[in-house]
Design a protein around this ligand. Structure first.
Ligand code: LRH
Ligand code: MN
Ligand code: MN
Length: 429
């Protein structure tokens, strides 16, 4: 039996207030979609099947390098974080897995597995951390990790990734995500080729330890924390890595890791076309790696990414990219943000499913740019909320996750048990 943290009576009472309206809205939307030749129930089934992983580090209040302002009832450890993730999953029915970050979430793997299975949650990709020094470690990552000039430092970083794989094996994860902060802050500080050669050697050693049914995702990022040059800085370098490593290596696209105005949806298409698109870290941004809530700044861009994904999905039934959120919540209750973001990612997927792909292709080959782009806009402008809400309701979730969460008083309840956390200097944990 799956345990539920929010009492079912609260969910039912909140749903009862909204169910009649939802059924009417769903029916009306169904009629409108029917006129477009779309069966609403088929879209709902795909939406219900959709899941995006929650990052363990996202349920605590984030911070900037200037300050951190914790909220009430901050999770004390990974076990509290798992409970917060269970709330998100229960109300949205869209987040069936958690992505762990080691060593932040280090704990007895068997306990981790047990804690998650109480709520029927699984584990998504393991994330290694060689971008900051853990307590007691022998070598410092100040001058790099997998790409460092110092061999002992590289070995330690490799070892850490192997440990992540080991933990992941016990808890049922099937992937490792590697993101490094290595780079340089001054022209001339490093030799670009040396650094990349070291990185590839280290990555090969990690790849060699990867179980057969695992994948490794490498995540690129243009800059930060290194500000002059970054070793894995763009999708080109990322593609080279995946190609060099082998069939189990794929590129991970974090939406906030690109130069402003870069056409991310085109990168998605390119990587997929050549079999190297592994998955996503969804978030939104205005300037850089802002880690704002997915869909909060540029929902059309999120839709355009999903438009590519659905396009690939229609050509390749085996295509299963890993969907994860990667956000930092500074001014909101993280659970609320993550619930809305999961729905927004799901929403973009649903809208992309509405695109008339035949009509789009016909307009493209006829060089009818406006008709082609109208196909996309038409889908994007369709309010699919009744589909999302109905999928949630039918799976035991909340028609309105935010209102239901607030009605449950969860945050106040955990604030009684979890001690107040002091604010202070920045950091993302
Ligand atoms: C780096 C990053 C990467 C890390 C996470 C905490 O900016 O996106 O995915 O693991 O943030
Ligand atoms: Mn990321
Ligand atoms: Mn990031």
């Amino acid at each position: 039996m799956t345990e539920q943290i929010i009492e079912q009576s609260v969910v039912e009472a909140e749903n009862a207030k909204r169910e009649a309206d939802l059924r009417r809205d769903y029916e009306t939307l169904g009629e409108r979609l029917d006129r477009r030749g779309i069966a609403i129930d088929a879209i709902k089934a795909k939406v219900a099947d959709f899941s995006v992983a929650v990052p363990s580090w996202g349920v605590g209040t984030g911070g900037t390098r200037f300050a951190k302002f914790p909220g009430k009832g901050e999770p004390r450890d990974i076990f509290d974080k798992i409970e917060d993730c269970a709330v998100i999953a229960q109300l949205t029915q869209a987040t069936r897995t958690i992505s762990l970050h080691i060593p932040w979430d280090k704990a007895d793997p068997n306990r981790l597995k047990q804690a998650a299975s109480r709520f029927n949650l699984g584990f998504d990709a393991m994330n290694s951390n060689t971008f900051s020094d853990a307590k007691g470690q022998m070598q410092s990552y100040k001058f790099g990790s997998l790409s460092a000039y110092d061999k002992a430092t590289r070995d330690q970083a490799i070892e850490h990734n192997l440990e992540c794989i080991e933990i992941g094996k016990t808890i049922g994860s099937k992937a490792l995500t590697i993101w490094i902060g290595d780079g340089s802050n001054f022209p001339g500080q490093v030799n670009f080729a040396d650094q990349f050669a070291n990185y590839l050697d280290s990555a090969r050693a990690i790849y060699a330890a990867l179980p057969d049914d695992w994948r490794v995702y490498t995540e690129h990022k243009m800059y930060e924390p290194a500000f002059y040059s970054t070793v894995v800085q763009d999708w080109g370098t990322n593609y080279i890595i995946a190609k060099e490593l082998g069939d189990k290596a794929f590129c991970l696209v974090d939406l906030g890791h690109h130069a402003p105005n870069v056409n991310i949806e085109m990168i998605v298409s390119r990587l997929a076309q050549f079999g190297k698109l592994g998955g996503f870290h969804f978030n939104d941004s205005k300037y850089g790696d802002d880690d704002l809530d997915a869909g909060s700044v540029d929902p059309y861009r999120l839709f355009l990414v999903f438009n590519e994904l659905v396009d690939i999905e229609t050509r390749d039934a085996e295509f299963r990219p890993a969907h994860m959120l990667d956000q930092s919540h500074n001014v909101t209750d993280p659970i609320e943000s993550l619930m809305l973001s999961a729905s927004d990612v799901q929403r973009s997927y649903a809208q992309a499913l509405l695109v008339d792909r035949k009509a789009l292709k016909a307009a493209q080959v006829a060089n009818d740019a406006l008709t082609a782009t109208q196909q996309l806009r038409h889908a994007f402008r369709t309010d699919v909320e009744p589909i999302l809400a109905m999928a949630r309701l039918e799976q035991g979730g909340a028609i309105d996750p935010l209102a239901t969460y607030r009605a449950s008083g969860y945050r106040a309840k955990v604030a009684d048990i979890r001690p107040e956390v002091e604010g202070g200097s920045g950091g993302i944990v």
